[in-house]
Ligand binder design. Structure first.
Ligand SMILES: Cc1cc2nc3c(=O)[nH]c(=O)nc-3n(C[C@H](O)[C@H](O)[C@H](O)COP(=O)(O)O)c2cc1C
Length: 363
């Protein structure tokens, strides 16, 4: 028997039916304008039995925040009907569904393509976008803070159970937290406490926007360390201080992108909020073992090929790892652009060598 089947009550009273979380994955299932279409709702309808808590892929809160082509957006009310269809699909088995709120900042390749502009905390050159970075003014930073709140309100209107603030993988919140990309000397930068301000103000803005719904889930995803070739970045000690402040805000979970510091993070949180780690495994036993230092275990690629994971947990069955035919890919309701991205000619890198989560269906 494993403990993954056990329910968990979050600190706002919401009960998750099991300890597995479907990690956020961009599906490229929206239209070019960010509106969700049937590709995405079919994908989530097929995955409603994957986990007790399902998280959407990164969803842009600003026109200037888009990185991935065909990712979904919610920077305007016209995105709400599509999101409502997505929420309904995700919650079809009575599980909880959360939107990941996102701004790519200096990584906003698609926004650059559409608007010829890319913004960040400071004009630090990044290599993902071909243009120069425009430093946000103090007022513009407050506007982005407000955009996160407005997006949370739309998520609530669309019927989602909550939002996850994307503070990880080098995107805008992390760019403010990192001394590598944040060279500001105003309210938003200069010391560790000031580098934490943007993430914490975003949390406050989201909390204020949904204050009328106390059981609305608010989570925060974090990348524990960032090191650049010149040694600049931040380490786990600084992250633990941010985690401490995040836990103080009363949010409902903190979600790490790597399992490296689970013990320290769990100790730092000290029961104030739930902690989600990532298993990087298709084995039920390994995912279960991760609960030694976390409350919930997230799975991403594993649930692409195994959309009925929650049912299998009861029988201690491991995850199905291979997609061996085009028919299977179609039965799994994968958006065609996601298939191309993962296993087609452009797909390199997402599936690590030696980990056969997906098999090239072209062969
Ligand atoms: C296709 C794909 C899309 C992803 N998109 C996102 C995303 O939108 N937001 C995010 O925080 N992480 C994203 N991730 C990272 C996953 O959430 C997860 O951290 C990573 O895949 C490692 O977990 P795994 O070993 O269970 O796959 C993505 C991963 C994949 C494979």
């Amino acid at each position: 028997m494993n403990s993954l089947n056990q329910p968990l009550t979050l600190n706002n009273g919401v009960v998750l039916s099991d300890r597995v979380v479907m990690a956020p994955m961009t599906t490229k299932g929206a239209n070019w304008d960010g509106v969700i279409d049937q590709n995405d709702t079919r994908y989530f309808t097929r995955r409603a039995g994957a986990a007790g808590l399902l998280i959407t892929g990164a969803t842009a809160v600003s026109e200037l925040g888009e990185k991935f082509p065909y990712q979904q957006s919610l920077y305007d009310d016209h995105f709400i009907p599509g999101l409502a269809a997505e929420a309904k699909a995700m919650k079809a088995h009575g599980n909880k569904a959360v939107v990941q709120l996102y701004h790519a900042g200096v990584n906003a390749q698609v926004s650059f393509e559409k608007l010829h502009k890319v913004v960040g905390p400071s004009a630090v050159a990044f290599h993902q976008v071909a243009g120069a970075v425009t430093e946000l003014t103090e007022d513009e930073v407050w506007q982005v803070v407000a955009q996160f709140g407005a997006a949370a309100k739309r998520a609530l209107a669309a019927g989602f159970d909550g939002v996850e603030i994307h503070g990880a993988f080098g995107h805008l919140l992390q760019q403010f937290f990192s001394p590598y990309s944040n060279k500001r000397t105003d309210y938003w930068g200069g010391t560790l406490a000031k580098r934490m301000r943007f993430p914490l103000e975003v949390v406050k803005s989201v909390q204020a926007a949904v204050a009328n719904k106390p059981d609305f889930i608010i989570g925060y995803r974090i990348t524990s360390t960032e090191k650049h070739t010149d040694g600049a970045g931040y380490d786990i000690d600084e992250t633990l201080q941010l985690i401490d402040q995040l836990a103080e805000t009363g949010i409902n979970y903190i979600h790490a992108t790597e399992p490296d510091f689970n013990q320290q993070i769990k100790a730092q949180i000290n029961g104030r909020t739930a902690f989600i780690t990532i298993a990087h495994s298709t084995s039920v036993a390994e995912a279960d073992a991760a609960l030694a230092n976390a409350d919930l275990v997230a799975m991403a690629r594993e649930l692409i090929a195994e959309p009925d994971f929650a049912d299998k947990l009861a029988h201690d069955q491991d995850v199905e790892t291979a997609i061996t035919s085009a028919q299977q890919a179609s039965d799994l309701a994968l958006p065609p652009r996601m298939v191309t991205w993962l296993i087609g000619p452009d797909g390199g890198g997402l599936v690590p060598a030696g980990k056969k989560y997906l098999v090239d269906i072209a062969k």
